[in-house]
Unconditional design. Structure first.
Length: 112
């Protein structure tokens, strides 16, 4: 999509410039393809690169405004489990995690 957008912008830019400021020399066509192709190629590459960078930023969920559940012990090799459940089932989820050998169970995000 980005490459196509860049190509179209390059085509419109060069065509519009040549039609707005015609430089007729010796009966040659006003819209000359060889010089236009360079600008269209550069527009294609620029559009592809910009859309790729935007896609990476969106897929990485940047900027991250809310960090979510995180504990520093995860970097030390511990395993963190996030459970999303209704208020009625929170007690049951805590019991299951404690019975499975959990070292600590945190409720919500209050301890971050």
């Amino acid at each position: 999509i980005g490459a196509a957008c860049g190509f179209i912008v390059g085509l419109v830019l060069t065509s519009g410039t040549q039609l707005a400021y015609p430089l007729v020399t010796g009966g040659k066509p006003v819209l000359s393809i060889p010089p236009m192709s360079i600008i269209m190629y550069e527009g294609t590459m620029l559009g592809a690169i910009i859309f790729t960078v935007i896609g990476i930023i969106i897929e990485s969920r940047l900027p991250r405004l809310f960090m979510g559940a995180y504990d520093e012990r995860i970097t030390e090799g511990y395993i963190g489990v996030t459970v999303t459940t209704s208020e009625e089932r929170v007690g049951t989820a805590e019991e299951v995690l404690n019975a499975s050998g959990a070292e600590e169970v945190k409720r919500g995000w209050e301890n971050n």
